[in-house]
Design a protein around this ligand. Structure first.
Ligand code: COA
Length: 239
């Protein structure tokens, strides 16, 4: 059986006008709309609305129901899941960072864990210090051998991969990130070394540059021996 495709949508939000933001807000639930109104900075509210509207529209593109009809709940760890799906099976994840939002969705009865993380990489970050504190020694040592630009880029590769896997697992913030050890090959291949209960061979990863200043990683639990197709698309191209 081929693995179901993984649909990864991203949307650059810097240029969204008031009408586009209002359209996004219009498909949110009452609870999401209340949260939207509580953000202090308008850009955070914009990105929140854009991310949740993107997820709702992506699900609707796969199932046909109206974007405002999806209902969600959360696990104790904060991982959102669908309720009242009427037999529609999907695994999904969403991410928002300044100026960019993304979601990843896969469908089918065997749809397993999925996680996505997008980060703006065009910012000063104490990559060496953070890696020394939160990453595995082998990852820190690898970063230490790179020049400043390479170190920042590779740091965000590792960061987004870890965050994507943490989200796919749906675990809490207490998860030890240093136990998830990623190695990125020269051609961009991603290998994971992790505790036995995570079963590294179960996982497929993708690393993308949706726009020049952003890095996006996706983690997908395999439902087949074959790799799933990871289909990355910009929401701006179709909406
Ligand atoms: C939960 C976590 C992964 C969210 O990541 P983030 O980069 O802060 O934020 P993102 O915008 O990418 O993702 C937020 C979304 O993830 C989802 N989410 C929240 N908790 C989640 C969980 N336990 N599992 C899966 N998804 C979760 C939600 O949809 C949330 O968006 P919403 O609140 O608008 O619905 C992160 O806060 C976390 O716990 N990290 C632990 C690892 C860590 O300490 N990393 C530090 C650097 S390596």
């Amino acid at each position: 059986m081929p693995a179901p495709d993984v649909h990864i949508w991203f949307h650059s939000t810097e240029a969204l006008d008031a009408a586009a933001i209002a359209a996004a807000v219009s498909v949110l639930s009452d609870e999401e709309r209340a949260r939207y109104r509580r953000f202090h900075f308008p850009r955070d509210a914009r990105d929140y609305a854009a991310a949740h509207a993107l997820l709702r529209r992506t699900l609707s593109g796969l199932d046909g129901r109206a974007p405002d009809r999806w209902r969600f709940d959360r696990t104790a760890n904060g991982k959102p899941f669908l309720v009242d799906t009427g037999g529609f099976h999907a695994a999904f994840s969403l991410s928002h960072t300044h100026g960019m939002v993304a979601c990843a969705v896969t469908t089918g009865p065997d749809a397993g864990g999925i996680g996505v993380d997008v980060e703006c990489i065009d910012r000063d970050v104490a990559a060496g210090d953070i890696a020394a504190r939160f990453f595995a020694p082998a990852e820190s040592a690898h970063l230490a051998r790179l020049n400043d630009k390479e170190r920042r880029d590779r740091f965000f590769d590792l960061w987004t991969l870890k965050e994507a896997l943490v989200k796919a697992l749906g675990v809490s913030m207490a998860m030890s990130l240093s136990s998830l050890v990623f190695t990125i090959g020269p051609g961009g291949s991603v290998a994971l070394d992790a505790p036995a209960d995570i079963n590294a061979p179960d996982w497929q990863f993708g690393l993308f540059t949706p726009a020049p200043r952003y890095r996006l990683a996706v983690a997908v639990r395999r439902s087949s021996v074959r790799d799933a197709q990871l289909i990355l698309r910009s929401a701006a191209d179709v909406r």
